[in-house]
Write a protein of this length. Structure first.
Length: 484
């Protein structure tokens, strides 16, 4: 494992993160007109930048190629490292104690949106929360096209992300891929911001809504609740987050009509569309049977919540509490599935779900025709047998991880059922599951439970195989150097 390349990558993330302290600084100067608040954020930003520069100097002369173990270590270190600096504004202002501030920050960075902040917070606290969500998801998307192909391409990642893109462990290629993702992320955020402005929100709230929803952070903040135009702008934004960001890059910068047709005929996109369609139809009918829901209102609430939870944003409108328990269970399944493989969403990811369905169908065919040779295909391309096996292995590992995490949480003072709900919310990075797991569940946890939840959130975001590969890498001894 090359420690210098890990330090160099962490340094780049910290230096970029320090630039985002400029937003609360500008807000403090030009809106609040409070120089002390600006100096407070400036001090933390300078400290973050200084640590980033120090890491950069320590990581000089690193190798130009990344190994899987180094990639896994970087993925697992980035979020807890960022959370140390991101939590400073929360507990230095006495909004939260250190443990709660760290859990809040990890939740925002991993786009879980579990908000344990007091409700009567100033706007600048919501702004910082939204910045953490936005930057955290951008970091995840960059990891997705730079480090994850090295760590988890064999777990189904390469099936959805290839699309003409070339992934490389070389530093130069990684930076080129990062620029593409940053460009698309900024464009989609700008589109969402303009939609919210047109829908009737003011500049500040439109900025917060676009940052929170394009990042799938969501949380308890929703400006303009009850405004039909704001709700549909939110639905459109959350649908964008379900899509493959690399495919969006091709559509924006290298648009060809066949590419658009390919997008709508893609197996993953069709599966996503069918699940949304039938779920919305079922929940609309279920809500319509209730006395306080007429047709249009039932459809609005159904499509909003289905898209919100399949995108793992977890934004909920107040009236969802009156929904039937089966509707809530269906919403939980949406969160478990998530969006397309190249998206910022959490969950299993739709491509893996498609492959699992095809595997089940193939096994049924084998029962009827034992000698039949069945080939699993996705988008008319054969899926290698080793990838099929590894996707099954990933599904097994994800299931085992859920129950292991729940068992560990039960030792921190929660019941096992609460532990399962909290673990599911953390591993899917959705945080809020109405009627199953809500922010109050996290507020009431013990200190050990909160620390462990922060660990689960990181594992859920970077996926369990990163931890396993790191542990395997730590057991490999470089005997020719006498080092680990």
């Amino acid at each position: 494992m090359d420690r210098k390349i890990i330090l160099s990558l962490c340094a780049n993330v910290l230096i970029a993160f320090s630039a985002f302290f400029s937003l609360p600084i500008l807000y403090s100067i030009f809106v609040l007109r409070l120089p002390k608040v600006a100096i407070f954020f400036l001090s933390i930003g300078i400290f973050t930048l200084a640590v980033g520069i120090f890491f950069s100097k320590c990581g000089k002369n690193h190798k130009r190629k990344l190994t899987p173990a180094s990639a896994a270590a970087t993925m697992l270190l980035i979020y807890p490292m960022l959370a140390i600096f991101g939590a400073l504004p929360f507990f230095l202002t006495d909004w939260l104690n250190p443990i709660d501030a760290y859990l809040e920050t990890i939740s925002n960075l991993t786009s879980a949106g579990i908000s344990i902040l007091p409700q009567n917070l100033p706007f600048i606290a919501r702004l910082w929360q939204s910045i953490l969500m936005w930057f955290g998801s951008l970091t995840f998307l960059i990891l997705l096209v730079t480090l994850m192909p090295e760590v988890g391409g064999c777990f189904g990642l390469s099936l959805s992300l290839h699309g003409g893109q070339i992934f490389s462990s070389m530093f130069g290629q990684m930076f080129a891929m990062s620029k593409k993702i940053i460009t698309v992320y900024l464009i989609l955020t700008a589109i969402s911001f303009l939609l919210f402005m047109v829908a009737g929100l003011d500049f500040a709230n439109a900025l917060l809504m676009s940052m929170r929803l394009i990042s799938t952070g969501g949380g308890d903040f929703f400006a303009g609740r009850g405004n039909i135009f704001v709700e549909y702008a939110a639905v459109f934004t959350m649908l964008l987050t379900c899509g493959n960001f690399l495919f969006f890059y091709r559509l924006i910068f290298n648009f060809k009509l066949p590419d658009l047709k390919k997008f709508f005929t893609d197996s993953e996109v069709k599966a996503l569309g069918l699940i949304i369609f039938f779920s919305v139809a079922f929940i609309t009918f279920s809500l319509f049977l209730q006395e306080n829901f007429e047709g249009n209102r039932a459809f609005r609430y159904a499509i909003f919540h289905v898209v919100s939870f399949i995108s793992t944003s977890g934004v909920s409108l107040a009236s969802i509490e009156s929904a039937h328990d089966f509707d809530k269970f269906l919403i939980f399944l949406m969160a478990f599935l998530g969006g397309c493989m190249g998206s910022a969403t959490g969950g299993l990811k739709m491509m893996r779900f498609v492959v699992l369905i095809k595997i089940a169908a193939a096994e049924l065919q084998k029962v009827m025709h034992p000698h039949m040779q069945i080939n699993i295909r996705v988008n008319k391309n054969s899926v290698p047998t080793k990838i099929v096996g590894r996707i099954l292995g990933f599904f097994f590992l994800a299931s085992i991880t859920l129950f292991v995490c729940a068992a560990i949480l039960s030792f921190t003072g929660t019941t096992f059922s609460e532990g399962v709900a909290i673990s599911a919310a953390c591993l899917t990075t959705i945080g809020n599951l109405p009627g199953i797991c809500e922010p109050a569940n996290f507020i009431n946890l013990s200190i050990a439970g909160k620390i462990f939840c922060a660990v689960i959130l990181i594992i859920g975001r970077v996926e369990i195989f990163a931890l396993l590969i790191l542990l395997a890498g730590l057991n490999i001894k470089y005997t020719h150097k006498g080092k680990w």
